[in-house]
Design a protein around this ligand. Structure first.
Ligand code: MG
Length: 338
């Protein structure tokens, strides 16, 4: 068993702006794990928020020696070894996790949702993300998102009111809001959320900084809208701490080291009475399709990273009228485009 990896620059259709900054290109690392002539694909989409970059991913992967294991079916042993190599590097670890799972599905000739015993007709709707922008560009993006019944709106900047006003002028669709830790003071968070309750918003994601769990709990007591943790919900050990503070968690493969831990987080969240959303970074169809394989287990999906780019190197999960449509392709369900 061995693997190789290379950098790939995902080009964004629009400059993507959230509360933390803006970009036009999002570099990822594509990994190919080979054993017995079968190749499994993985991807790392590193985020500076979690201390990763393509360089840190490459440095980490260069330290990983999978040749010491017999085959990808030893997934538990391989991934425990990989996770033990460092404290962070979660996206780099996810690349290996995804490739191992993809390889196993390909070897068995079945898609991963079938491997886990999931019903592919039970996938949720996925939202389409509208980044922070000028009213004119936001209008354009809302038109582009016509096929999606749910929009996820990035707020937490200077012009929250203007953004919601612009969107509400052109659509009555269900809105979900992601503040990306942008509301720094608890009184401000309460005021914003109460306003969003009037605007027909379904829930708000990460209203306050991850470091202010007490402020978030204070806020939650004063609003009726559900709060979903993202920057507060990284790995399995975070889940029990969020009980009573949030109403749900957003699991991302790149934060949690991949599918193996995502499955555990889903079950832990359910045990804690928390709803589950699966989200993404800007990712190609490799990581998006991998997350989609688990989606029959979750309430909310925000798996649109691959439709925000113009040069997806893979063909994978599609969405039909906003609903994730899983195919019968084996593994994570992708084929290379280029
Ligand atoms: Mg988020």
């Amino acid at each position: 068993m061995n693997f190789r990896f290379s950098r790939y620059d995902l080009r964004l259709k629009h400059t993507f702006t959230i509360a933390r900054g803006a970009r036009n290109v999002s570099p990822v690392v594509i990994l190919e794990l080979e054993h017995e002539g079968i190749v499994g694909y993985g991807e790392a989409a590193p985020s500076a928020r979690y201390g990763e970059s393509v360089d840190s991913v490459a440095a980490f992967l260069s330290r990983v020696d999978v040749a010491r294991f017999d085959n990808p079916f030893q997934l538990e042993s391989v991934l425990s070894y990989v996770d033990g190599l460092s404290n962070g590097d979660t996206a780099a670890k996810a690349a290996i996790d995804l490739a191992l799972h993809d390889w196993i599905g390909r070897k068995l000739g079945i898609p991963l949702h079938q491997y886990w015993g999931l019903d592919k007709s039970k996938t949720p709707l996925t939202s389409f993300t509208i980044g922070i922008d000028t009213p004119q560009v936001i209008e354009e993006k809302v038109q582009e998102a016509e096929a999606y019944p749910i929009l996820k709106i990035k707020l937490g900047g200077e012009n929250d009111e203007e953004i919601i006003r612009t969107i509400r002028r052109i659509t009555k669709k269900t809105l979900r809001v992601d503040a990306n830790e942008g509301w720094k003071v608890k009184e401000q968070a309460v005021e914003k959320i109460k306003w969003l309750e009037q605007e027909g918003v379904e829930f708000v994601e990460q209203p306050m900084p991850a470091s202010d769990l007490d402020g978030t709990a204070w806020t939650r007591e004063r609003v009726t809208m559900p709060l979903i943790a993202d920057e507060n919900s990284l790995r399995l050990h975070d889940v029990p701490k969020l009980r009573g503070v949030f109403d749900g968690i957003n699991i991302k493969l790149m934060k949690c080291t991949g599918l193996r831990e995502a499955v555990r987080m889903i079950h832990a969240a359910k045990a804690c009475g928390l709803k589950v959303m699966m989200g993404c970074m800007i990712e190609s169809s490799v990581a998006i399709s991998a997350a989609a394989q688990l989606s029959p287990l979750i309430e909310y999906a925000d798996l649109d990273g691959n439709v925000l780019i113009t040069n997806d190197p893979f063909d994978g999960v599609r969405s039909l009228d906003g609903r994730l449509a899983l195919s019968d392709r084996p593994g994570i369900g992708v084929e290379r485009n280029i």
